[in-house]
Design a protein around this ligand. Structure first.
Ligand SMILES: *[C@@H]1O[C@H](CO)[C@@H](O)[C@H](O)[C@H]1NC(C)=O
Ligand SMILES: *[C@@H]1O[C@H](CO)[C@@H](O)[C@H](O)[C@H]1NC(C)=O
Ligand SMILES: *[C@@H]1O[C@H](CO)[C@@H](O)[C@H](O)[C@H]1NC(C)=O
Length: 373
């Protein structure tokens, strides 16, 4: 699945005065830049931030893949397009570009670890609800497909209760029985020429076509009960499809009708429930993800640039033709701000290449990505 837009998520010390350069020079000043305001969190101790940092890496990835999974699910059950990426009643891209911390929901008098737990518990519970709802939908769908095959499949598999009538059968005879055989259209002359002699005691000229569809003709044949299983085995060798699963019953007929209607209604309800839940989940998990990202940027910035927190937080947007400039932009950023990582990060140094081999996520300053899929 291609992405709708990718954002570089960047935090730089205020002392770099980077805003103007980012807006006017980075990849020719062609990538939209959004400056994001972060609230003042309760920082806690450096130790606790180091611990939280690992947790945040994990949660960031988890929520990112949860959002992608919800989109996958929506794509399988709806004609999903970018218009289904709605977060808090606006397009996901607007939500990112205009991100503000939701202080009503996530009160800033709570310490960071409690905020992180609050945000992620909620998102992961919703993720689980979507998983469960998707499973119910899958079950309902396969039940419905089975009922649909019985009702609407070809003559070799469908239920024959709506097709056959009692008078087409020899019923209540001590010695004779009538069996049903679905014969592929290409084999009907083989059938006509050979059924009477397939076993002993087939009633001559008893074969009657009682239904046809595009692939099969459904025949009844009457023969002595004693030869029934032999006849069926021989019919299979001819690649005809004996329907010896069929036993005439009014009750079964009624049950099948009910089963079809019931499984259809159940499937359609499960689908609507799933779509409704998945849309809510997309909105809420996406918003949670952005909040986790914000905390992660804050924690990483404090760990790298120190306290008091004096850094600027930006999103830089890449989409359409400009998407190709993403890696170029990263390189320009590293050339420009690599010094923040110390000597090892000057653009000409081999040490930087070494660091990025050891840890592909590691950059000399706080730099992440958000992919809106
Ligand atoms: C961005 O957020 C502010 C404050 O919440 C709001 O007034 C503004 O209309 C929003 N802009 C967009 C484009 O959503
Ligand atoms: C903050 O969260 C509350 C509760 O979920 C929600 O109703 C409100 O719309 C959110 N506000 C913003 C600005 O996202
Ligand atoms: C890509 O970056 C170059 C400068 O590095 C710029 O001239 C060009 O306009 C950018 N492409 C797009 C589509 O923004």
């Amino acid at each position: 699945m291609g992405s709708i837009a990718t954002y570089l998520v960047l935090s730089l010390p205020q002392s770099t005065n980077a805003h103007e350069w980012l807006a006017q020079e980075l990849v020719g000043g062609k990538s939209p830049l959004y400056k994001i305001k972060l609230p003042d969190f309760q920082s806690g101790t450096l130790d606790s931030l180091v611990q939280e940092s690992d947790e945040l890496v994990k949660l960031d990835q988890q929520l990112s893949s949860s959002v992608a999974k919800v989109i996958d699910i929506l794509a399988t059950v709806t004609e999903s397009d970018s218009s289904s990426r709605i977060v808090n009643s606006k397009p996901a891209t607007d939500f990112i570009q205009n991100f503000t911390w939701n202080t009503t929901k996530y009160r800033l008098d709570k310490p960071i670890n409690q905020l992180v737990k609050l945000i992620s518990d909620e998102a992961l519970a919703l993720d689980n609800d979507v998983r469960v709802s998707y499973q119910s939908y899958q079950t309902a769908k396969s039940n419905f497909l089975a009922a649909d095959r019985k009702k609407n499949g070809d003559l070799s598999i469908k239920s024959l209760h709506e097709i056959v009538r009692p008078e087409q059968f020899v019923l209540d005879s001590e010695h004779l029985t009538t069996i049903l055989i679905a014969v592929p259209k290409s084999l009907t002359s083989d059938f006509d020429n050979s059924y009477e002699t397939l076993t002993q005691f087939v009633i001559p000229r008893s074969a009657t076509v009682i239904a046809t569809d595009s692939e099969f003709s459904l025949y009844t044949v009457t023969l002595f009960k004693k030869y029934q299983s032999e006849f069926i085995a021989a019919a299979r060798e001819h690649k005809w499809h004996p329907r010896n699963d069929f036993v005439y019953s009014e009750e079964t007929l009624n049950n099948l009708r009910k089963e079809f209607d019931l499984t259809k209604a159940t499937e359609s309800k499960a689908k609507n429930d799933l779509i409704r839940l998945a849309k809510t989940a997309y909105s809420d998990i996406f918003a949670s993800w952005l909040h986790i990202k914000a905390v992660r940027v804050y924690v990483e910035s404090v760990l790298r640039y120190g306290l008091p927190p004096q850094f600027d937080y930006y999103f830089i947007k890449f989409e359409g033709a400009n998407a190709k400039n993403l890696s170029k932009a990263k390189k320009e950023l590293i050339d420009k701000f690599g010094f923040l990582g110390g000597d090892g990060f000057s653009s000409t140094s081999n040490l930087h290449e070494y660091a990025s081999l050891v840890d592909t996520e590691y950059e000399p300053f706080v730099l992440y990505e958000i992919d809106v899929v």
